[in-house]
Design a binder for this molecule. Structure first.
Ligand SMILES: Cc1ncc(COP(=O)(O)O)c(C=O)c1O
Length: 458
């Protein structure tokens, strides 16, 4: 059969409330044109994020019922630890309530002011947590990774020459760790090849720099390696993931992505001394080291979800569904990051609205139009998220790219939902010349995209 189906049946459904264009206009105004501030029930198709939005399987719900809520050493903890060790292979596993808690602990222990942390592209919480320690977050993705239309099978790769140059420029002492984000969320959900992981790892080891993987979408990355990298077609995603992590010294993980859970994460490392320090910090804010801010039932859901995310039928459906959306809009001329990523399609808003300059926030304009058109919630990954205001002059410095991400929650939407999204994108595309930009009315000093308010430019 050529038709690829969702490899699951639906056991429980959640209603979607339809809305009118007038209602959506009023909701947009009330939210300051920031879709993060909209009540979820006013959204028809929620593509804001693939984080924590997965539909759990019947096995996961069954595991939830097995949750052991003992404060210390619960059975659920041992199942969680064993699943993480089985896939990721690191000696020490510290459970956290989500990915950013793992990041905060890691960077607090490893970074000091003046340090530089390289990554292919830092995700927003990763960058913010590094900068909070006084260190600098440096993005070193390959040149193709910054050109939305450029086709490359592994656009998430790190530029190893630039990493080498960085080490020569600032010195090994100022680089406490190097990171690789798989897949590269802020750069279009693009994968990193095994060859690149090996090369980065080799260079880091030559200089004694620990390598940590931001592992949120490790299963999707493993599947892309299987599909696209010579020599991996006959390996399972689990085998590929194990090899990838064998080149690293530790990882941070948000189990809200490829853990197929609604909450959870962990920090893992092979370093005994760091692990001791990290555990002390974990106890201070997250909880005892065998639950780390999670209920026993949450630990169970993650333990099952991590393995389900590596199932090949699931991964085939997952990647096919994202590609379907990407190809249908791009065939009509909509500029997207090519090829479509694993968890999301990224529209190049700068090319979509060439008459709206970065200072007038073209990505935000597209986010607003998709909600206005069809109640679809997406997220801007451009100058709102990664640009910054110079406090002294008020000048807005733009981001490297102006993207809008349509993130697909795992196992939640069906083919007809995706067809609805395609239609909405094409409707906005057909009236793109009449859309105007936005300006900030309010913004916070960190992670401003979550709470900012905007006004349309007249
Ligand atoms: C690549 C990447 N790293 C880290 C995080 C942070 O994870 P969390 O939202 O669980 O704190 C995210 C979340 O979207 C992410 O995509």
């Amino acid at each position: 059969m050529r038709t690829i189906i969702e490899p699951f049946k639906i056991k429980s459904v959640e209603p979607i409330r339809l809305s009118t264009a007038e209602e959506r206009e009023a909701k947009l105004r009330a939210a300051g044109y920031n879709v993060f501030l909209l009540p979820a029930e006013d959204v028809l198709i929620d593509l804001l994020t693939d984080s924590g939005t997965a539909a759990m399987s019947s096995e996961q719900w069954a595991a939830v019922m097995r949750g052991d809520e003992a404060y210390a050493g619960s059975r659920s903890w041992y199942r969680f630890e064993s699943a993480v060790r089985d896939i990721f292979g690191f000696r020490h596993v510290l459970p956290t309530h989500q990915g950013r808690a793992a990041e905060r602990i890691l960077f607090t222990v490893m970074c000091t002011p003046g340090d530089v942390v390289p990554n292919n592209t830092h995700f927003d919480t990763t960058r913010a947590n590094i900068e909070f320690t006084g260190a600098e977050a440096r993005d070193l993705v390959i040149a193709e990774g910054l050109v939305p239309s450029a086709r490359h099978p592994f656009k998430g790769n790190m530029d190893v020459d630039r990493l080498r140059a960085l080490i020569a420029e600032v010195g090994r002492e100022r680089i406490p760790l190097c990171m690789l984000t798989v897949t590269n969320n802020s750069g279009g959900g693009q994968p990193v090849s095994m060859a690149n992981v090996r090369e980065v790892s080799g260079l880091c080891r030559d200089h004694g720099i620990p390598l940590y993987i931001d592992a949120c979408r490790f299963a999707e990355n493993a599947y892309f390696i299987k599909l696209r990298e010579p020599g991996f077609a006959d390996r399972t995603p689990l085998e590929i993931a194990r090899e990838l992590f064998s080149y690293a010294d530790g990882c941070t993980m948000s189990a809200k992505k490829d853990g197929l859970a609604n909450i959870g994460g962990f920090l893992a490392t092979n370093d005994d001394r760091l692990a001791r320090q990290e555990r002390n910090l974990l106890i201070l804010t997250e909880g005892f080291p065998t639950y780390g801010g999670l209920a026993g039932r949450d630990l169970e859901a993650v333990a099952v979800g991590l393995h389900e995310a590596l199932d090949e039928d699931y991964l085939l459906y997952r990647v096919t569904s994202t590609t379907y959306l990407g190809e249908h809009v791009s065939r009509a001329g909509v500029p997207i990051v090519q090829p479509p990523g694993g968890h999301a399609v990224y529209i190049d808003a700068a090319a979509f609205f060439p008459r709206i300059p970065p200072a007038e926030l073209p990505g935000q304009a597209l986010v607003v139009e998709l909600y206005r058109e069809a109640g679809i919630r997406t997220v801007e990954i451009g100058s709102v998220m990664f640009g910054r205001r110079v406090p002294e002059t008020g000048e807005e410095l733009p981001a490297a790219m102006e993207l809008v991400r349509l993130a697909i929650p795992r196992r939640v939407y069906t083919q007809s939902h995706i067809d609805y999204v395609v239609e909405a994108v094409l409707n906005v595309w057909s009236r793109r010349d009449r859309v105007r930009g936005y300006r900030f009315v309010e913004q916070a000093p960190f992670l401003r995209h979550f709470t900012a308010r905007f006004a349309p430019l007249s």
